[in-house]
Design a protein around this ligand. Structure first.
Ligand code: HEM
Length: 105
C-alpha cells in the first residue's frame, strides 16, 4: 500500500525524522514495531493513495555474508583466534614467572 504522509510530517507524534527514514520503501515493519494504537491505524486511511502492484517491484536482493576467499585465508582466521587466546595466557604466565623468580631472597 502507498501512503502520502507529506501533510502529516509536522503532526506525527513520533516526529518527522522516523517517517522520513521510512519513505520510499515498505514501512510496514517500522510501523508495526512501534506498536501504533488503533486510532493511529484509522488515521492512516486519510493518507492512503493506492495499492502497489507487487509484480512491478524489483526482486529483493538477498544479503550473502562474505566467505573466506581461500583455505589459506581461513587458516589465518583460525591462527588469529588461537593467538587471541594464547597471548594473554603467555603474558599472565610471564608476569607470574617474573613475580616468582624475580623475588630476592
Ligand atoms: C501514516 C502512517 C502513520 C501514522 C498515521 C502514525 C501515527 C502515529 C500516532 C497517532 C502516534 C501516537 C501514538 C499512537 O497513537 O500509537 C505515533 C507515534 C509514533 N510513531 Fe507513527 N504513524 C505512522 C507511521 C509511522 C512510521 C512509518 C514510523 C516508523 C518509521 C512511526 C514511528 C512512530 C514512533 C517512534 C512513535 C512514538 C511512539 C511512542 O513514543 O510511544 N510512525 N504515530
Amino acid at each position: 500500500m502507498v501512503y502520502d504522509i507529506t501533510p502529516f510530517l509536522d503532526d506525527h507524534p513520533g516526529g518527522d525524522e522516523v517517517l522520513v527514514t521510512a519513505t520510499a520503501k515498505d514501512a510496514t515493519d517500522d510501523f508495526e514495531d512501534v506498536g501504533h494504537s488503533d486510532s493511529a491505524r484509522e488515521m492512516m486511511s486519510k493518507y492512503f493513495v493506492g495499492e502497489v502492484d507487487s509484480s512491478t517491484l524489483p526482486a529483493k536482493v538477498q544479503y550473502k555474508p562474505p566467505k573466506a576467499t581461500s583455505a589459506a585465508g581461513q587458516g589465518t582466521g583460525n591462527l588469529i583466534k588461537i593467538l587471541q587466546f594464547v597471548i594473554p595466557l603467555l603474558i599472565l604466565g610471564l608476569a607470574f614467572a617474573l613475580k616468582q623468580f624475580g623475588k630476592k631472597d
